[in-house]
Design a protein around this ligand. Structure first.
Ligand SMILES: [Zn+2]
Length: 90
């Protein structure tokens, strides 16, 4: 997920229109103008209003209500290594 898209996300649980990044593992690419573009490979997003946590797995944010998460998404949120904030430059 492009980090710039964060501004467009809305919490599906409470409707709050501001979701924060909790922990991320990113990579960067360069566009045609040699400008760095940040992609979030995996991590956690958090709604500051209702405290709901959403996973980003393999570049894709899962913005569903918690009851709609599949088991692997629940496990990802519970077991995510919060010390893994390494940024990879490519
Ligand atoms: Zn919320």
């Amino acid at each position: 997920m492009k980090k710039d898209l964060l501004n467009l996300l809305k919490c599906p649980s409470c409707g709050h229109d501001e979701i924060h990044i909790e922990h991320i593992y990113s990579r960067y690419t360069l566009n045609e103008q040699n400008k760095k573009i940040e992609f979030i490979k995996e991590g956690l997003l958090k709604c500051p209003k209702c405290n709901m946590i959403y996973p980003i797995i393999a570049d894709v944010p899962t913005l569903l209500r918690e009851s709609q998460f599949i088991d692997s998404e629940k496990a990802f949120c519970q077991n995510y290594d919060k010390n893994r904030e390494t940024v990879v430059l490519i």
